[in-house]
Write a protein that binds this ligand. Structure first.
Ligand SMILES: Cc1cc2nc3c(=O)[nH]c(=O)nc-3n(C[C@H](O)[C@H](O)[C@H](O)COP(=O)(O)OP(=O)(O)OC[C@H]3O[C@@H](n4cnc5c(N)ncnc54)[C@H](O)[C@@H]3O)c2cc1C
Length: 201
């Protein structure tokens, strides 16, 4: 186990000093759902509540949102377990509509977001939208050694995800292009001076 990090080294609890120029800390999260055992609510491989595309659980009239719940993403064709603030904000809107809809006989609405998160790292504003597991092409906008740059992931010619560092306009425009499934011109996309929304095919 790591006991502490010192300038230039990570010190283990047996006294070993491992020289380290940089230390990357990865902290995971696990839903605290043990109390649901035996309730009839289906739990998934990560201990999360398994919701359907309406965010309904396996029990009637019980819905699940946020970090504790996975849902099938129609957009990305796989079940997503999203641990980000925006997902905890958007999911309840779908659930509210579906709870009220069930009472008034309205068609249920489907939850199919473009996942989004932001963070601040070392004074840089970092934003990500989409999901790039199935992407087949990466396009850089700008030099990652500089303060501001973006990277786009394409599947075919469609933008599926985007990471923007210090380029919030790229994120705002990219998020809409991902949502709409717009076909992009990869060459135009690689020019950071060109607005992302004008790099369509
Ligand atoms: C260190 C850290 C940094 C993060 N940074 C970012 C970021 O930069 N950007 C971003 O988008 N997201 C970030 N996140 C993720 C974001 O905070 C979560 O996605 C979001 O808070 C999830 O909201 P939630 O309501 O689903 O769950 P939570 O906020 O975890 O709320 C669940 C609540 O349920 C309570 N609870 C649990 N079990 C029970 C029980 N049995 N009975 C009653 N209450 C219970 C818990 O105490 C808690 O208050 C970060 C998370 C962490 C931990």
């Amino acid at each position: 186990r790591v006991e502490r990090v010192e300038p230039g080294a990570a010190v283990l609890d047996d006294g070993t000093r491992l020289p380290a120029g940089a230390v990357v800390v990865g902290i995971g999260a696990r839903p605290a759902t043990a109390w649901l055992a035996g309730s009839g609510i289906e739990l998934g491989a990560h201990g999360e509540v398994v919701a359907d595309r309406r965010l309904a659980t396996s029990l009637p009239d019980v819905y699940a949102v946020g970090d504790c719940a996975s849902f099938p993403s129609g957009r990305y064709g796989e079940r997503l377990l999203v641990h980000h603030w925006d997902n905890a904000l958007q999911g309840p809107r779908t659930v509210a509509v579906n709870v009220l809809g069930a009472a008034t006989g309205r068609e249920p609405v489907v939850y199919d977001p473009v996942p989004y998160f932001w963070s601040e790292q070392f004074g840089r504003f970092v934003q990500y939208a989409g999901h790039h597991a199935d992407a087949d092409r990466t396009v850089w906008r700008g030099d990652p050694a500089e303060a501001a740059w973006s990277v786009c992931w394409l599947r075919g010619s469609r933008l599926v995800a985007l990471l923007a560092v210090g380029r919030p306009r790229d994120l705002a425009q990219g998020r809409r292009l991902i949502e709409a499934g717009t076909e992009m011109d990869a060459e135009a996309l690689a020019d950071p001076a060109r607005p992302l929304k004008s790099a369509t095919a």
